[in-house]
Design a protein around this ligand. Sequence first.
Ligand code: GDP
Length: 291
Amino acid sequence: IQWFPGHMAKARRQVTEKLKLVDIIFELVDARIPYSSRNPMIDDIIQHKPRLVLLNKADMADKAVTKEWVRYFEAKGVKSLAINSHKGIGMKEIVTASEEVLKEKLDRLKAKGVKPRAIRAMIVGIPNVGKSTLINRLAKKNIAKTGNMPGVTKAQQWIKVGKELELLDTPGILWPKFEDQEVGLKLALTGAIKDTLLNLHDISIYGLRFLEKEYPERLKERYNLDAIHEEVVETFDEIGKRRGCLMGGGEVDYDKVSELIVREMRSEQFGSLSLERPADLLLKEQEETVE
Ligand code: GDP
């Protein structure tokens, strides 16, 4: 998707309209980049609607770092949960966590003697975080799409997830952050945006530097490197030679090396990776305050 101001306004409007239909928003993000894969205006768009942040693709992220993120959101008073929509891990917990988020409201109803109806929820997130996968997962496991509900916009379909939850069958699709170059590189490295939008060399250099800093042993092992070199070009040369990314004349083909690194980072050849930590974000927030 190419986002223009008109698309953004429309996307925002669509989410805003559906907000009225639900009790809770499931904000889906990529567990490897929980900051970079959030919509920049999400707080403004969903206002005070209760929310549950779902750190999806947790299978691809560093477990210890994902725990840090859960604590980070908790400190902000936002409940979050690590899930894997692909394999259906964490699906039951979504229901439990939703009840937890809405506990006060549900308790109030119970105190009044009202039997609460199923919790109504809607998934919101930027492209590629796994919204459709999660909807399909919840739909398949728990069967029976309900028909249209009386009093609700005709076209809305609800998916019953057990007795406790009803999910809108279409997610809210919002745009990613554009203004920050580093965010773009991370989105590209996780496959959330197409390479063509950014320079492949920039993406691979960013990825390589990240591996050098955070996971040097995995990098050395994967490419059989003698050492982590001072200059990126030396590492490119070594990888190119080891992996036969060469041009006709035998010189290293940097395009091929770039492609290789990006492809292998995306396909988990370096194991589970988290590309950002809450600590990076706190640092960023501090810098912004100083400016
Ligand atoms: P959407 O654009 O947000 O609806 O994203 P999709 O549901 O189309 O998912 C984008 C890609 O991520 C697909 O290739 C999915 O198979 C993959 N995906 C979704 N959830 C998970 C997950 O939990 N783990 C892994 N490894 N891949 C996932």
